[in-house]
Design a binder for this molecule. Structure first.
Ligand SMILES: [Zn+2]
Ligand SMILES: [Zn+2]
Length: 117
């Protein structure tokens, strides 16, 4: 007999530095969904997915420290921190100017305070 999804519990916990996706009792994410959420295809399917998380030093987004990742992770030597893939790509551009998330935030605040005057 096919059991419907009554017991399907989608547990998505995003603690500081820790991500858990519990899809053991549900079909889970499709690889496309998992990718669009930034988890990687390993997080898809019916299983428990756990990964460490970190914050991108340049834009503040959450970086999933995927233990199964084979590609080289972007890393900023100036910050001595991991950065997200998007910022990693940006950093390779010839006209890239190094900026951290905090610097961008401060510039934004300055911009808005100037705007008011
Ligand atoms: Zn970033
Ligand atoms: Zn940096």
């Amino acid at each position: 007999m096919y059991m419907s999804n009554i017991h399907s519990i989608s547990n998505k916990q995003l603690h500081e530095g820790y991500l858990m996706l519990d899809h053991r009792a549900s079909p889970g994410l499709t690889p496309e969904e998992a990718m669009s959420l930034g988890y990687g295809t390993e997080a898809s399917g019916e299983k428990l997915y756990e990964a460490k998380t970190n914050h991108c030093s340049h834009c503040g987004t959450v970086v999933i420290m995927n233990p199964h990742r084979t590609r080289e992770r972007s890393y900023c030597q100036a910050c001595n921190k991991y950065i997200c893939d998007n910022c990693g790509i940006g950093m390779r551009l010839p006209d890239y100017v190094h900026k951290t998330y905090t610097q961008i935030l401060e510039e934004g605040l300055t911009f808005y305070s100037n705007f008011k005057e």
